[in-house]
Design a protein around this ligand. Structure first.
Ligand SMILES: Cc1cc2nc3c(=O)[nH]c(=O)nc-3n(C[C@H](O)[C@H](O)[C@H](O)COP(=O)(O)OP(=O)(O)OC[C@H]3O[C@@H](n4cnc5c(N)ncnc54)[C@H](O)[C@@H]3O)c2cc1C
Length: 231
């Protein structure tokens, strides 16, 4: 499928959203991802293909992806940052089952590590647009306060949100340190049917889901989305 780069916006000093126009309507469910090929000269050993969750809502006209780009980022990310409006790229059909359950009443705990917030951006935008209310609690852990994005979106949905900052400044008034399962269970008080969605860097998702599996018998209630490549 062809997509045309339109513009980018900076969410923080190192998190950017890239917006694309499409020639045809692309259907997807909030939480799904695409593979984006980005041909460029002399790619480094990570190559020219990456996977990105769509951070846009399916009801928005443009598709968007949101990612972190730092000084020593890959040749892929540097090329993405320098894209010129009008550049035509190709993506796969959106895919994946990291999506909200069909039953609206199901209690949900969303857990995001850093840029792992992207699937929830799409979900919450969509819930606002469709005026769908669901019993959700969001846990969002970041390294620094400056890494928090789209807090206004969560406030707009009146989403119960716990933000945990690993290395906060003294001005930070919220939770601090490492997000633990004890904190999640203590604050959100899950029932026997609550679903746990965990999205973020490989090590964080692995650690939390393995700890959770020791507590919850029905492992189908734990839904994970691994973002490889972040260290
Ligand atoms: C289903 C799925 C959905 C995803 N959704 C998203 C999403 O929405 N947003 C998102 O940002 N990512 C997402 N990812 C991850 C994405 O595909 C990339 O793997 C990730 O962004 C890292 O990109 P990068 O390899 O270009 O590394 P970079 O972002 O450039 O770098 C990440 C870190 O690795 C270091 N590094 C960079 N290059 C190298 C190298 N050659 N060798 C060793 N270390 C290096 C950097 O110093 C940096 O600390 C998703 C992955 C999957 C599988």
């Amino acid at each position: 499928m062809k997509i045309i780069f339109d513009h980018q916006s900076a969410e923080t000093d190192n998190i950017f959203t890239f917006y694309f126009k499409t020639e045809e309507t692309i259907s997807y469910t909030p939480g799904q991802f695409i593979e984006l090929r980005l041909p460029h000269k002399r790619p480094d050993n990570r190559g020219d293909i990456r996977w990105f969750t769509l951070s846009s809502s399916p009801l928005e006209k443009e598709l968007s992806i949101t990612t972190r780009i730092v000084k020593n980022s890959s040749s892929y990310k540097k090329t993405l940052k320098d894209l010129k409006p009008g550049t035509v790229l190709s993506i796969t059909t959106p895919m994946g089952d990291f999506v909200l359950p069909k039953i609206l009443q199901t209690k949900i705990i969303l857990i995001a590590g850093g840029i792992g917030i992207t699937p929830y951006l799409s979900m919450i935008k969509y819930l606002i647009e469709t005026k769908e209310t669901r019993p959700i609690h969001l846990f969002y852990t970041v390294n620094n306060e400056g890494d928090i994005i789209y807090n206004d979106l969560f406030e707009k949905y009146k989403l119960p949100t716990t933000i945990v900052v690993n290395q906060p400044t003294s001005a930070w008034g919220g939770e601090r340190g490492k997000l633990s399962l004890n904190m999640i269970l203590g604050i959100a008080e899950p029932t026997d049917n609550t679903l746990f969605y965990i999205s973020g860097p490989d090590s964080m998702v692995k650690d939390l889901s393995e700890t959770l599996e020791k507590t919850i018998k029905d492992h189908k209630r734990i839904i994970t989305d691994f973002f490889p490549g972040y260290n």
